[in-house]
Design a protein around this ligand. Structure first.
Ligand SMILES: Cc1cc2nc3c(=O)[nH]c(=O)nc-3n(C[C@H](O)[C@H](O)[C@H](O)COP(=O)(O)OP(=O)(O)OC[C@H]3O[C@@H](n4cnc5c(N)ncnc54)[C@H](O)[C@@H]3O)c2cc1C
Length: 484
């Protein structure tokens, strides 16, 4: 089969790129492993093993059918900050080859694809006044900022990209979607400098080859690394792996639950801190975030702190509240305590990585092994952010904070994960430091691009999907000129 462009993977990224290019003269094929719904045999192709720090099983943390993991995502959206793109002396391996400004203009469309209503984010404070005041925090490093949610229209569920956009994909004359089409090999031409063909197989034994002028790998951060590493027939290191970077720097957002207890002396908190609020054409929720200045001055990473449900204080907690309130001269007779949750950024780590394993899946592809690690230092830095929040609460005399975790065991006692896989094909202008360049093209391969959060060199604390969609739309613009 011939095509101008082959898109491998029909998750949010593959769908966004296919629709963005559907009205161009390009003949496009979208190759998706699954069908329209969950199928256990297809899902089993995601099976892999893991060692090290406890983590979600590779088969369970993503879904393999049209729409990909958007079939079970939470719909939380938030663009990254400008600082997330910058090189920071205290953060090893930081610095994107692009700035936030290079992607800014794609967020409107990305937000629209997520059906997330009017785009407010940090402007949301202007429209939520009628729902109650923001938390009183003394001057300092943390401020209230906003998440928005897919999906504003039609349903309480977030947008499931497959179900939502299957009809739109079908209508496009120059775009053909192949379901149950598993790409099993990216075929490099003999010179090793361009992709010449893609091997495709179905679970019921059919095989075919696609010969595209260019290809976009959009199979999620775990599977994209697997396909690059496993396509090692011409270059034994795999594709894009001359500097042993593919699969390294795997990352996710650890979410330590109940990591601190927030006590508000007057017991009052606006509802938009505690859950999603439909207001002014959007679904909004507030969180507490370290400012860019605080992150710079204290050398801490990004984090997004959420206020969760009410909790009862034990006797020691009650005594601490009484003593603190007396010292501040405030009435705490109506004090209410809430548990805090968080999504934390982690330090990039080349040894937190995916490698090929000896065992094979039903299509004969080598499975992956995840080597998971998490540094104590990452928790220590997040604790500095919490301490600052506690200081600001005392300063405003609005409340106080009790920090619940100090040791590794305590942090891990309540640890959850965002399932935000990132970093395995990182972006850098320098081929020795990254797998793809600023245009998301694999270094040294003329016609292969990788899209998705695997290209993030650092991770911020924002939810990845709206950010990876903005980058995917930027790539689609690039491909309009690049594929001829
Ligand atoms: C439980 C959960 C909750 C989440 N909540 C949020 C949230 O609230 N906010 C947020 O921003 N993000 C969230 N995410 C992350 C979000 O789902 C991903 O960022 C997003 O789905 C990534 O899109 P993608 O297109 O890059 O990859 P995927 O969604 O992984 O799609 C990849 C596609 O490629 C296909 N594929 C795989 N291998 C092959 C192959 N060999 N050949 C052909 N096709 C293949 C798969 O079937 C799949 O359709 C969550 C994820 C999980 C698991």
């Amino acid at each position: 089969m011939q095509a101008d462009l082959a898109i491998i993977g029909g998750g949010p990224v593959g769908i966004a790129i296919a629709l963005a290019l559907a009205k161009t003269p390009l003949k496009i094929v979208l190759l998706e492993s699954g069908g329209m719904s969950f199928d256990a045999k297809t899902q089993a192709l995601y099976d892999g093993s893991k060692v090290g720090t406890p983590y979600v099983t590779l088969e369970a943390s993503r879904l393999r059918y049209l729409g990909g993991s958007s079939n079970h995502w939470g719909g939380w959206c938030r663009p990254m900050d400008a600082i997330d793109f910058e090189e920071r002396t205290w953060m090893p391996y930081s610095g994107w080859p692009i700035t936030k400004k290079d992607v800014d203009r794609y967020f409107v469309k990305a937000h629209e694809l997520c059906e997330a209503g009017t785009l407010y984010y940090d402007g949301a404070g202007k429209v939520t006044g009628d729902l109650g005041p923001r938390l009183a925090l003394g001057p300092g490093g943390l401020t209230t900022r906003w998440f928005q949610f897919s999906r504003m229209h039609g349903s309480v569920l977030p947008t499931h990209f497959g179900e939502r956009y299957a009809g739109d994909l079908k209508k496009q004359a120059k775009l053909t979607v192949y379901l149950q089409a598993n790409v099993t090999r990216l075929g490099l031409g003999r010179a090793g400098s361009a992709i010449s063909e893609l091997d495709v197989a179905t679970l019921d034994g059919k095989k075919f080859t696609v010969k595209p002028k260019a290809a976009v790998l959009a199979t999620g951060a775990i599977e994209s690394a697997r396909l690059l590493l496993a396509s090692n027939d011409v270059n034994t290191a795999g594709i894009g792996n001359n500097h042993d970077l593919v699969g390294r720097f795997f990352a996710d957002h650890p979410c330590p639950r109940d990591n601190a207890t927030l006590v508000l002396f007057d017991g009052k908190i606006a509802p938009y801190y505690l859950g999603n609020q439909v207001a002014h054409g959007a679904i909004l929720r507030a969180g507490l975030f370290p400012s860019e200045d605080f992150r710079r001055s204290q050398a801490v990473m990004a984090s997004s702190i959420t206020v969760e449900g009410k909790i009862d204080l034990d006797d020691v907690g009650k005594a601490a509240v009484a003593v603190t309130a007396a010292a501040l001269g405030v009435d705490a007779s109506n004090a209410v305590a809430h548990s805090l949750g968080c999504g934390m950024e982690v330090t990039p780590d080349p040894d937190r990585r995916l490698t090929l394993d000896a065992s094979r899946d039903a299509l004969g592809m080598p499975k992956l092994k995840l080597h998971m690690r998490l540094a104590d230092q990452d928790f220590a830095k997040y604790r500095l952010t919490l301490k600052e929040l506690g200081r600001q609460l005392l300063e405003s005399r609005a409340g106080m904070l009790k920090l619940n975790s100090r040791t590794r065991d305590e942090w891990f006692g309540s640890l959850d994960w965002g399932n935000h896989h990132m970093g395995t094909t990182r972006m850098s202008a320098d081929p020795r430091k990254g797998v793809v360049n600023a245009d998301l093209k694999v270094h040294d391969v003329a016609n292969l691009y990788v899209a998705g959060s695997s290209v993030f060199p650092t991770y911020g604390a924002a939810n990845p999907t709206i950010n990876l969609l903005a980058l995917a739309l930027r790539l689609a613009d690039h491909l309009k000129g690049a594929v001829k």
